[in-house]
Write a protein that binds this ligand. Structure first.
Ligand code: SF4
Length: 372
């Protein structure tokens, strides 16, 4: 247990496509949040005191907190950091300035995940973002100058967006990491109510262009939506994609802990802010060895490195290879998987057909082991 996610739910404006747990700050809310966070962190630390290799402050917009609030947040976390630990903070471009960046450095942050989304004014307005093109460019420049590892978030494939222009701009800035997502229209968000629709064909073209343009600049597609220079991969997110364990704090945050008895893992999800502040316990879900194997396939095939079935077998206690061999060979013959020893890897075709590939492997598992 050497990774910790902290959810900071506050945002200056609520973007119309967002379905994260976010709120605008009301009087006294941040103080109450910090107090509860301190209590929750002390309890979790008593049980899992190991130095952290990755710490991720996400949200929400953690950088929207005021200086003294950020200091209090870091003081609320009793863990020490392992040597070379990755400490990421999600930030909106408008919340950064040189003094703020100095403070973040002093607090131990060494990686910024910048919610840029686009460099085009029309797209940023459409997305309801608080920053414009100039603000986005300035934030990236300042963060790089201050010596942070920088990851850019992009949203691609909007109706009025010149996708290749945004990709070329992102590729030219010298950042080490880009997360590029196509617009997902989540049920209940204002975009869904406006009748916006996802377009799978355009999404596939968009991600192919992202792979080509970012790849030319040395940012390799190491996960279906993530691109990095060598050594700049998001270590914290790799814990999720490798179906590992991590601690979590804050409202609506989900952590995954070693299971007890027949459960391989225990997933704990905190309630939303008001109930979390009132001290309500997290919801617990036991993850069976078979569920863990299915999740390992689903997440592992998002990664270029793929998934090592021998490792999943060792963790879950299930004999996967005999169950999956036939289906994996069939998919490999269709060019949708690579089989290298005990490792299953995606091919260039897999990323655009990830769901059917995963479903086919899951069915092969369930045929033998039964659902669940
Ligand atoms: S800034 Fe990010 S977390 Fe906040 S509302 Fe917008 S998309 Fe959601």
């Amino acid at each position: 247990m050497t990774s910790l996610y902290v959810h900071v739910p506050f945002c200056p404006t609520l973007c119309p496509y967002c379905d994260f747990h976010v709120v605008r700050r009301g009087p006294g809310w941040v103080e109450a949040y910090l107090k509860r966070l301190r209590e929750e962190a002390a309890l979790l630390h008593a049980r899992y005191p190991h130095p952290l290799k990755t710490l991720y402050l996400g949200g929400g917009t953690p950088s929207y907190l005021r200086d003294r609030e950020l200091v209090a947040l870091f003081q609320a976390l009793p863990w020490s950091l392992a040597e070379g630990a990755e400490v990421t903070l999600e930030a909106n471009p408008g919340t950064l300035n040189p003094a703020r960046l100095r403070l973040l450095k002093e607090l131990g942050v060494n990686r910024l995940s910048l919610g840029v989304q686009s460099f085009q004014e029309g797209v940023l307005r459409f997305l309801g973002r608080a920053h414009g093109r100039k603000g986005a460019l300035r934030a990236v420049e300042m963060a790089l100058e201050a010596g942070f590892r920088v990851s850019l978030d992009l949203i691609l494939g909007l109706p009025m967006q010149e996708v290749e222009k945004d990709l070329k701009e992102a590729a030219s800035l010298g950042v080490g990491h880009v997360s590029a997502y196509t617009l997902q229209v989540e049920e209940g968000t204002p975009f869904a109510l406006l009748g916006l629709k996802e377009d799978p064909e355009r999404e596939a073209w968009t991600m192919e262009r992202a792979e080509a343009i970012l790849g030319e600049a040395g940012l390799e597609r190491y996960e279906v939506s993530n691109f990095a220079r060598k050594g700049e991969e998001a270590q914290h997110n790799l814990v999720y994609w490798r179906a590992g364990f991590w601690l979590a704090l804050g409202p609506a945050a989900t952590g995954q802990y070693p299971g007890e008895g027949p459960a391989y893992a225990l997933r704990r999800t905190n309630p939303p802010l008001p109930r979390w502040l009132a001290g309500e316990a997290p919801k617990e879900e036991a993850i069976s060895p078979l569920e863990h194997a299915k999740e390992s396939l689903m997440l592992g095939l998002r990664l270029k490195e793929g998934v090592n079935l021998a490792e999943v077998e060792a963790r879950s206690g299930l004999s996967l290879f005999p169950l999956l061999r036939g289906k994996a060979q069939e998919l490999a013959e269709a060019g949708l998987l690579q089989l290298e020893g005990t490792r299953l890897r995606p091919t260039p075709k897999t990323f655009s057909l990830l769901h059917p590939v995963i479903l086919a492997l899951w069915e092969a598992l369930e045929d033998h082991a039964g659902p669940g």
